[in-house]
Design a protein around this ligand. Structure first.
Ligand code: ATP
Length: 452
């Protein structure tokens, strides 16, 4: 009789500091070891790279968490558990700097709906530790936290929850540097990135910023990632990678399924329900003409279409949205998406990452023209009608004149420029693409350099 098999999900988060470390790299190391040491394992899908709420203050960089799902013979469970936990702990020894609250979680069996709910909340809201502690207690038969309770479990369990929640996905192939190279500048031939972009741009995105002549596939700073190519299809990502001219050695690569570039954090909300540390979209009327701050950031007040509530919105100049928002005026109707932060002087301010102009004011009311000399009249005082400043003519029965105005902004949806597109945001080049999450595992989903 064949041995019973088990479904096991592993979630990881918070293993990086400002100085070093990367949860995706740790996941790569764990998966490489599983593949070489436990050949009986069957991978149910690509590992997940899940971006969570971008306005959460605890994040180091892109608020990433990872998870992977396996089917294993029951007798291998202990080996997997030990391997993952040891590799996790070894990695924490290697990274320097404080501030980490590492989270490692195992889930045995099917993913409960509550974890799917946790993913949605962690993506769009603030999650309190107690919320997760309660979940772990409720499912104590199925959830294991070998390193105990920590903040990192929020992301780790949310990343497991995402595995049954994503209906649309993108993929990213991440290439990892050899450790000796970490402090050197990344070496990928720029010309080859442009050539790759030309060939694969219909199925990849954010490869090269032609406005600023800068590759977008390479991160900055001391972290293990040499480059990442994002796109719609795993096979294409491997082909795209193979066209690049890499002028430094690398340890291997891993393809992730992700929730990136989908605007997954854009959930509709009413103005009065938006709170700091939440993400979403609100529709309202511009309450005052926008003000332009030093550096070009544009600030405006948005009031509800249904009630007296209002909030502030800022479009930072680097997003390019300020260039549009500065031409909005009182009365325009817009939809804004982004994340809410608390400003000492203003209260709740949405940091806008999408602007939809829905309705534009196209006429304004002006004082009437003088029927005698055609000069614009002035008010003669409250309830006293109009007086012409040129000829002195007075009138009490004239109405204000409706004057058509031309606007420097058009109805439409505006998105950040490529250089300012953060992980969850859908870049202009992805508009209209639909990526269903059913791409089969290809043989090259992970590659480990021999001797790596
Ligand atoms: P990187 O992108 O470099 O991997 P990071 O930006 O992902 O780093 P982490 O070091 O993972 O940052 O820290 C994020 C922390 O915030 C984790 O402990 C995670 O569990 C927690 N967290 C994530 N989303 C939320 C949320 N919505 N509410 C509360 N805590 C959260």
């Amino acid at each position: 009789m064949s041995e019973a098999s088990l479904e096991v999900h592993v979630g990881l988060d918070d293993t990086d500091t400002d100085l070093e470390g990367c949860t995706t790299y740790l996941t790569f190391r764990i998966l490489s070891r599983i593949l070489s040491e436990v050949p009986e394992v069957f991978f149910l899908d690509y590992p997940l790279l899940i971006r969570l709420n971008p306005v959460i203050p605890f994040k180091t960089r892109g608020n990433a968490a990872t998870s992977f799902s396996l089917r294993i013979p029951e007798s291998n469970l202990d080996t997997i558990r030990k391997l993952v936990t040891t590799e996790f702990l070894n990695y924490l020894e290697v990274i320097k700097g404080g501030g980490v609250e590492p989270g490692l979680a195992f889930l045995h069996g099917k993913v409960p709906d509550e974890l799917s709910k946790l993913y949605k909340k962690a993506l769009t809201d603030y999650v309190h530790r107690d919320y997760v502690t309660k979940l772990i207690n409720k499912f104590s038969e199925f959830i294991e936290v070998p390193l105990g309770y920590s903040r990192g479990l929020i992301g780790a369990l949310a990343a497991i929850g995402a595995s049954t929640t994503l209906t649309e996905c993108t993929y990213e192939i991440l290439v990892y540097r050899t450790r000796d190279n970490y402090s050197r500048e990344r070496c990928v031939d720029e010309g080859s990135i442009k050539v790759m972009d030309k060939i694969f741009r219909n199925q990849t995105f954010l490869n090269y910023d032609y406005e600023n002549n800068k590759p977008l596939i390479m991160p900055s700073g001391r972290n293990p990632v040499l480059l990442g190519i994002r796109g719609e299809d795993p096979e294409t990502l491997v082909r795209a990678l193979k066209t690049l001219n890499l002028c430094e050695g690398f340890e291997g690569w891993l393809i992730y399924k992700t929730n990136q570039a989908l605007n997954a954090h854009h959930v509709e909300k009413h103005i009065e329900e938006f709170r700091p540390y939440q993400t979403g979209c609100v529709t309202g009327r511009v309450a005052e003409n926008p003000s332009i701050r030093l550096g070009g950031d544009v600030l405006l007040k948005l009031s509800s279409l249904e009630n007296e509530h209002s909030l502030w919105v800022v479009f930072f100049s680097e997003t390019g949205l300020g260039k549009i928002a500065r031409y909005l005026m009182k009365g325009d109707v817009i939809r804004v998406c982004g994340g809410g932060k608390w400003w000492e002087d203003l209260g709740l301010v949405i940091h806008g990452d999408l602007l939809e102009v829905i309705e534009l004011v196209n006429e304004i009311l002006k004082n009437p023209l003088c029927p005698r000399c055609s000069h614009r009249m002035k008010s003669a005082g409250k309830g006293k009608g109009w007086k012409c400043p040129a000829c002195g003519y007075r009138a009490s029965n004239l109405d204000k004149e409706r004057v058509k105005i031309s606007r420097r902004v058009a109805i439409g949806t505006y998105r950040p420029v490529d250089s300012a597109v953060k992980h969850l945001i859908m870049p202009q080049s992805r508009i209209g693409r639909r990526s269903v999450c059913n791409k089969p595992l290809i043989s090259e989903w992970i590659y480990v350099h021999k001797g790596g």
